[in-house]
Design a protein. Structure first.
Length: 226
């Protein structure tokens, strides 16, 4: 068990180092030697967990996937807002997520498959849109697949703009502005009136998601023992 935990810690250390190098240098110019130096591990330890720079990059990219759980809301539109706000908070505060976004948006990384994060982002948004449509929350013309892609694509542009102009310091404000402009063309006005998309929502959703995810993990651990 101790050896397994040590392996998990080593893998995490390598990924954090890779995230820092990828964020600073981009995929194309990042070097394995730089990641080794940053991680402070041997070449053998790195190659035990990751066989190539591509595998390292894919490990960092996967960190963007939603690892925290948001409780079910009566309004599925609110759930969509909360998914966006949670990612926004993590993007501002988690270097692994920032590096994953940098890789996803790196158009010079021609040999790297960057499609995964876009697909994993669009899927939960589309799922909530379909549930929102079933509940009568959406305007009649909405096609959920197209709308999910629009939400993900416009968010990608806004975060890229925020990174260039302020190193993500104004990201929450820009995202709330995006939602205020985008959602009226998607959501019934009677529903939209009760949706919270204020700037303080990002931090509160993150805190709630951490607590909720911890409760789920604890319950699963008890169930496994029983």
């Amino acid at each position: 068990m101790a050896e397994q935990e040590r392996g998990i810690r080593t893998r995490r250390t390598i990924l954090l180092a890779a995230a820092k190098v990828f964020e600073e240098r981009g995929y194309q110019t990042a070097r394995i030697s730089e990641i080794l130096s940053e991680a402070g591990v041997t070449k053998g330890a790195l190659y035990f967990h990751f066989q190539s720079k591509d595998e390292l990059a894919q490990g960092v990219l996967s960190a963007q996937e939603q690892s925290l759980v948001i409780p079910d809301r009566a309004s599925k539109v609110q759930e969509i807002v909360d998914i966006v706000m949670l990612h926004t908070y993590r993007l501002q505060n988690d270097p692994m997520v920032r590096a994953g976004v940098r890789l996803t948006m790196d158009q010079l990384a021609h040999e790297l498959d960057r499609s995964g994060p876009f697909r994993s982002w669009a899927a939960p948004v589309r799922d909530r849109l379909e549930k929102a449509r079933a509940q009568g929350e959406l305007l009649p013309h909405i096609e959920t697949g197209e709308t999910a892609d629009v939400i993900v694509g416009t968010y990608a542009g806004i975060q890229s703009m925020s990174q260039a102009l302020s190193d993500y310091r104004d990201l929450v404000r820009r995202v709330t502005i995006l939602l205020r402009h985008l959602l009226p063309s998607i959501v019934q006005s009677s529903v939209l009136a009760s949706v919270d998309m204020t700037e303080s929502r990002a931090a509160s959703v993150y805190a709630e998601a951490v607590e909720y995810s911890q409760r789920i993990s604890a319950a699963e651990a008890v169930e496994a023992v029983a």
